[in-house]
Design a protein around this ligand. Structure first.
Ligand code: ZN
Length: 267
């Protein structure tokens, strides 16, 4: 009998100890929301994109994109990275947009490299695009080039719900979709261009608007980054080095991180 009482006493003591221990533990931090960021290295496989003397757009954008994803995964704890491709593979722009929409992503970042027609080799620098319905001058040329892969398809007008990348004025259902995200897309685009200028020492040509198909069909804030001109010999050479690729990736990473932090702070 005595032993039983003693045992009960011990159990009570033990329980008490456990309860006090639990109450002294610091409360675990509320689970942070994870933001899904789609990194979209432009082109790939049979679609090389533009080219310089030595560099192919599909190669340089993949190298930079993988570094951006690595920084996001290693240096943040609230961002999940989804790639549209991680190797030299062809992925249709429509498939990329669907992938982002199906993943219910918070952000879509498409990474490309730029080109100028012969005679304009002096032009260099970065540009970041948000979707827009007015394609003025040079921006329309970028739209035609970046949309060219869908122009190869004969029935693209039906397939892309009336989206006509050959028209300088794309007055379609875009206004319903991307317009809702325009403000946030511009914010991210500005972050990235600021980082290019300040941290990476690049010639930032600023934030622009263009009717880019891959942006038109995503249901989240979306930007398309042009890392630089492969038609400018100096910029092509620089973009081919691991050092400059690192700077570019680091700048994009910072732009995305600051944007997500801003979202968190205004929640
Ligand atoms: Zn491209």
């Amino acid at each position: 009998m005595r032993t039983k009482v003693k045992n009960i006493g011990l159990v009570v003591l033990l329980l008490f100890a456990l309860i006090s221990l639990a109450s002294f533990q610091t409360p675990s931090k509320a689970q942070k929301r994870k933001y899904k960021v789609v990194i979209d290295p432009g082109h790939g496989g049979k679609d090389s994109g533009t080219r310089g003397k030595n560099l192919l757009e599909k190669e340089v954008v993949l190298a930079v994109s993988l570094k951006v994803g690595k920084y996001l995964e290693e240096l943040t704890d609230n961002i999940e990275v989804i790639y549209t491709r991680k190797a030299d593979e062809y992925s249709h722009p429509k498939v990329r947009a669907i992938l982002a929409n199906d993943a219910d992503a918070d952000l879509f970042v498409s990474i490309h490299a730029n080109a100028m027609p012969p005679g304009n080799e002096h032009v260099y620098g970065t540009e970041t695009y948000v979707m827009g319905v007015k394609n003025e001058g040079r921006n329309f040329e970028v739209a035609k080039r970046e949309n060219s892969v869908i122009l190869l398809e004969e029935d693209y007008k039906e397939k892309y719900q009336g989206f006509d990348p050959t028209s300088p004025e794309v007055n379609i259902a875009f206004s319903i979709m991307q317009e809702a995200f325009q403000e946030n897309s511009i914010l991210l685009a500005q972050n990235v261009e600021n980082q290019f200028a300040k941290r990476a020492g690049r010639n930032s040509r600023g934030v622009k608007q263009s009717s880019l198909w891959v942006l038109w069909n995503t249901a989240m804030p979306s930007v398309l980054i042009e890392l630089g001109y492969l038609t400018n010999p100096k910029e092509e050479k620089e973009l081919g080095t691991a050092e400059v690729q690192d700077y570019m990736a680091s700048a994009i990473f910072r732009g995305i991180r600051d944007y997500i932090n801003y979202l968190e702070s205004t929640k």
